[in-house]
Ligand binder design. Structure first.
Ligand code: NAD
Length: 538
């Protein structure tokens, strides 16, 4: 069974024949689904059914949480957090390391569930347990570096001892999207837990099962039962209920929703980190290795069918190599295999929903109607599954086309030619987003120098997005409309703490002593300030 790509490539392996449909042998057991959904704190009696984008078949009925359920989730989380904050740091780290092993041991189950829920290719689903294992190991091994009490300079050398404590915020609300349903539900929560917080999580309605499996694994690894609560329901209701009660909000999703959340957090004067959308640029410089750049461009543009915050939607290619590069990139894209299966081997899977498919179709059709050229792709593939769309390369995209500046969040990239690098950087920086960029060049130093002018929170040189995303020690997040705050690294854990300064004063006080007048005290302090500067003190 094979479906030919009208654009010329062998896009194969639809699920048309149930007898040979590899998804058929992996049907989710109702008891398994029930054991996961029973973790949702929901007493409303209402459920919402979800279907798999792979084949449109029903997957689960998801119980819906009411405002009272969210209140109950917070009450439980607060109680658990009080005890957890007193648990020694080494014990917390050890649980994270157990989670690392559990996630690797149960990766097949995790990946199956992700593929069922999201429709993505198995190799893209694998990135999720991989990212969680990296995050768990990183924070477990660096816990003391981030959270130990730190000595600071006291105002009077030797007599003012200052320490800074990292105090957990309390209960963190995590609102996550569907595109990486396992890692987005979990990765930001791991540093929150390590820092001594509890979490109330609201994963996206379309991908609750992967997030619930994450909650189960946390408990199996040894985190206390009530420390991680999961609630379900529409973002505008359940998300708002969470924001009304949380001590901090970590949100990943669209820029439009991020702004609503920021306003609600401002009303309560609580902090939030916002990981939002992008219109990410990739630059292929004249000295790039064109084979490597073409291979990287495929991953940059079509991982998870482009439903990835850090994937590329705009490509700027140096005039000198444009034709040779485009030939290679188009050939590699045409050779991609698409399929609705749980197996390894597909290069791309399905979009997640009709809504996503509609957006992609609208962006491409609008561009074509206004004069853009389709170099490959450009068609929906209902023969493969309800929401499949071909990996698509557009040329001749102009500012009046929707896909020029708006995030498509699908497998569509626009290629532009550039003559000088300063112009390419200016065009890459145009628009409102600033999440991720990629530069291909054989001269690493020159590419790094150019990176400093690119207004994105992460820049990958000779790689699409994985080099920064998987380097957990370095911060990840967006500039401009792509976000506020950072995940990963010390910023990714310190956001969940309040810094508290404790100063112990000895012998002298900050007032006149031993019968000294206020004026004499003023003079003495002035002399002191001059002396400290002379001595080079900070
Ligand atoms: P979305 O904003 O529609 O939804 C994200 C989450 O917010 C969901 O759980 C949803 O239920 C919830 N939500 C929706 N309205 C809400 C409200 N009023 N109050 C509280 N919560 C609400 O985003 P999406 O379409 O699910 O995700 C795709 C977007 O996410 C893209 O723009 C993508 O770029 C972005 N994203 C960013 C990152 C990043 O790290 N920067 C990662 C993944 C996705």
């Amino acid at each position: 069974m094979s479906a030919q790509n009208p654009a010329g490539g062998p896009l194969v392996d639809g699920p048309a024949d149930p007898e040979h449909d590899p998804t058929a042998s992996y049907a989710l057991e109702p008891e398994y689904v029930e054991s996961l959904t029973s973790r949702i704190l929901a007493t409303s009696g209402e459920t919402v059914s979800v279907r798999s984008p792979l084949n449109g078949q029903p997957l689960a009925h998801i119980p819906q949480s009411s405002d009272a359920d969210v209140a109950q989730a917070f009450a439980r989380a607060e109680r658990a957090q009080a005890a957890w904050a007193r648990t020694p740091l080494d014990e917390r780290s050890a649980i994270l390391l157990r989670l690392h092993d559990l996630v690797l041991d149960r990766q097949d189950e995790i990946i199956d569930l992700i593929v069922w829920e999201s429709g993505k290719a198995r190799k893209h689903a694998f990135d999720e347990p991989l990212h969680i294992a990296l995050t768990a190991r990183y924070y477990a091994r660096t816990a003391h570096q981030h959270l130990d009490i730190r000595r600071k300079l006291g105002v009077v050398p030797g007599l003012t001892r200052v320490e800074v404590n990292r105090v957990p915020k309390g209960v963190v609300g995590i609102i996550s999207p569907w595109n990486y349903p396992f890692t987005m539900a979990l990765c930001d929560g791991l540093p929150a837990l390590l820092a001594g917080n509890a979490v109330v999580a609201k994963p996206d309605a379309q991908t609750m099962l992967s997030a619930l499996l994450a909650a189960e694994l946390l408990e199996q690894a040894g985190f206390p039962k009530d420390l991680w609560q999961v609630v379900a329901g529409p973002g505008s209701q359940v998300g708002t209920s969470i924001i009304q009660r949380a001590d901090y909000i970590c949100f990943t999703g669209s820029t439009a929703t991020g702004k609503i959340i920021a306003r609600q957090c401002a009303d309560r004067l609580i902090g939030c980190s916002l990981e939002l959308g992008g219109k990410n640029p990739i630059l292929v410089l004249r000295d790039a290795d064109l084979e490597k750049a073409a291979e990287g461009a495929v991953r940059a543009s079509f991982s998870n069918a482009g439903q990835l915050c850090v994937s590329m939607e705009r490509m700027f290619v140096a005039d000198q190599v444009y034709d040779r590069f485009v030939e290679r990139f188009v050939a590699r894209t045409k050779a991609m295999t698409l399929g609705a299966t749980l197996d390894w081997g597909n290069d791309m899977g399905s979009l997640i929903s009709q809504e996503q498919l509609d957006t992609v179709v609208a962006h491409v059709d609008d561009a074509v109607a206004k004069g853009a050229r389709v170099l490959t792709g450009g068609q929906a593939r209902p023969d493969l599954g309800p929401f499949f769309y071909e990996p698509t390369i557009l040329e001749g995209v102009t500012p009046e086309m929707t896909c020029f500046g708006h995030e498509t969040f699908g497998p569509v990239i626009s290629i532009y030619r550039f003559h000088d690098e300063a112009d390419a950087v200016a065009r890459a920086n145009a628009g409102e987003y600033g999440l991720n960029a990629s530069i291909y060049s054989q001269d690493g130093a020159r590419a790094r120098a150019i990176a400093r002018y690119v207004r994105c929170g992460t820049v990958n040189i000779n790689e699409a997005f994985g080099a920064t995303f998987a380097s957990i020690d370095s911060p990840m997040g967006g500039m401009r409309q792509s976000g506020l705050g950072r995940r990963q690294g010390s910023e990714g854990i310190h956001r969940y703490t309040e810094s508290q300064s404790v100063a112990t004063q000895r012998l002298i006080r900050f007032a006149p002593m031993l019968g000294m007048s206020d004026e004499a005290y003023g003079k003495m302090m002035t002399a002191n300030l001059r002396l400290m500067k002379k001595l080079g003190r900070a």
